[in-house]
Structure formats: structure tokens, C-alpha cells
Design a protein around this ligand. Structure first.
Ligand SMILES: C[S@@+](CC[C@H](N)C(=O)[O-])C[C@H]1O[C@@H](n2cnc3c(N)ncnc32)[C@H](O)[C@@H]1O
Length: 241
């Protein structure tokens, strides 16, 4: 919940700073999962295409979409496909915003995939990436008192996710170089989940006023040095030149 809320705030801020108010944007959400951001952007009036490789996740997203009013449903396209092969489905330059959130950790050759995503953007378009922060992998085991895990994490670019799968993490400096190389240089970045990374996914939400304070603290840390460097996730925005 914290992650989706912060990502939504960053996206709204970056979209508002780049595109005229009221413009219907063409959004591609690669690895959209259950479609939280895709549906939110469609509700905000944008045309959204979701690309998802997992048939089961696509079914969940289709069911969620089916509960939306017709005016929103008709602005959303859901497509089964691989984010590494966007060129098979779409023409270059056909989107204003491309989201790739929580996907890069599952991809072995992220640079090739990122180059493909950048090609999907029209000039001036936004590439929004949410990745696991490899520069701060020792924080989670360290704060949990897992000292062996923390020591191992310092020199590692991989970690075991909450599903127990070994996955990749990315470093800010390397992604900055990649974005430069694919003509979508880094414009801004935020940290996501500085304080709450060790909270279990099924923990009860705090009361509304406490939740508002939690989000305000996370939001502030995610845009403030040095805190944002220690976040569990990095939210980067590249802009297509
Ligand atoms: C951790 S979920 C993130 C979902 C959503 N983007 C979000 O941020 O809430 C990762 C999703 O990416 C999908 N995925 C992983 N690799 C993919 C690929 N190569 N192409 C398309 N989807 C992919 C998975 O099936 C999963 O639904």
C-alpha cells in the first residue's frame, strides 16, 4: 500500500510537470500485475495499455477492470506478452508514458529491455522505472538482526524476495548510465519505502491519521538525501530526448 501510494504521488507529480493539464496521455504499463497504477491512470482519463506475461495476473487484472464503469473500461487494453518484446506489439514512439514497475528484478538482461521501452516513447515522453535498490540491500537483513545476511548483502546485486525467489537488484549509477545510453536520461529519482520495508505485507493498516503521517514521513525521506539512498526501492524517471 505504501509503495503504490508513493509511486502514484511521484507519477502524478512528474506527469503534471511535463504534460498540459487535461491531455489524454497514451500510457504503457509493462508487467502491470494486478493493474493498480494502470487502472488509476485510466480513471484519471488516460488511455492505458497493460502488457503482462503471466496469464494468471492478466486474469486478475481483467477481473478488476470488469468492475470499472464502461467509460474507463474502454480506455484500457490488456495484452498478454513479454516486456522484452514490446516491438512485436507496438510501433516506436507510440506512448507518452511507459511504466515498468517491479519487473526489472525478474529480467536477466535489463539493458536490452530498457532500450526497447525507451523506443516506445514519443519525444519528451516519460519512462517510469521502479527497481530494487542494490546499493542498500544490507538494510533489510541488518534491521532484522540477520547479521550474516547483512554482511553478504553488501557485495551482492541479488536478493531473495518475499516469495522466496532469488532476483536481481539495480544500482542507481548503473541505471543512470543505461538511461543515458538509450536516449532517455535520468530526470528525477525518489526512494520508496525507507522506513517500512520490514513491515509484513499482511500487517493491518494504522488508523487514518497515523497512516497519513507514515506516508508523509516516507514521502519526505524518499525525496531527501541521504535517506532516499537507503530506500528498498528506487523510482526513476527518464525523459526521452
Ligand atoms: C512484482 S509484480 C509488479 C506489478 C505492478 N507493475 C506493480 O508495480 O504493482 C511484477 C509483474 O511483472 C510481470 N512480469 C515479469 N516479467 C515480465 C516480462 N518479461 N514481461 C511482462 N511482464 C513481466 C509479472 O508477471 C508480474 O505480474
Amino acid at each position: 500500500m505504501v509503495r503504490q501510494e508513493l509511486v502514484a504521488r511521484h507519477l502524478d507529480e512528474q506527469i503534471a510537470g511535463r504534460f498540459p493539464v487535461g491531455q489524454r496521455l497514451r500510457v504503457l504499463d509493462v508487467g502491470m500485475g494486478q493493474g493498480t497504477q494502470a487502472l488509476r491512470l485510466a480513471r484519471a482519463g488516460h488511455s492505458v495499455t497493460g502488457l503482462e506475461s503471466d496469464v494468471q495476473m492478466l486474469k486478475v487484472a481483467r477481473e478488476a477492470l470488469a468492475t470499472e464503469p464502461e467509460g474507463i473500461r474502454e480506455r484500457v487494453r490488456l495484452i498478454e506478452g513479454d516486456g522484452r518484446e514490446t516491438g512485436v506489439h507496438f510501433l516506436p514512439g507510440s506512448f507518452d508514458v511507459v511504466l515498468c514497475h517491479g519487473v526489472l528484478m525478474y529480467v536477466e538482461e535489463p539493458d536490452a529491455m530498457l532500450a526497447g521501452l525507451a523506443r516506445m516513447l514519443a519525444p519528451g515522453g516519460l519512462l517510469s522505472l521502479l527497481v530494487r535498490n542494490a546499493d542498500a540491500l544490507a538494510v533489510r537483513p541488518g534491521l532484522a538482526g540477520d547479521w550474516a545476511g547483512a554482511l553478504a548483502a553488501f557485495d551482492s546485486d541479488s536478493y531473495t524476495n518475499r516469495l522466496g525467489l532469488p532476483v536481481r537488484a539495480d544500482r542507481l549509477a548503473a541505471l543512470t548510465r543505461t538511461l543515458d545510453g538509450i536516449a532517455a536520461p535520468l530526470h528525477t529519482w525518489y526512494g520508496v519505502r525507507v522506513f517500512t520495508d520490514n513491515v509484513s505485507n499482511d500487517a493491518d493498516l494504522p488508523a487514518a491519521d497515523e497512516l497519513a503521517r507514515l506516508l508523509a514521513a516516507e514521502d519526505r525521506a524518499g525525496r531527501t538525501d541521504p535517506y532516499r539512498h537507503t530506500a528498498a526501492l528506487l523510482h526513476l524517471f527518464g525523459v526521452r530526448g
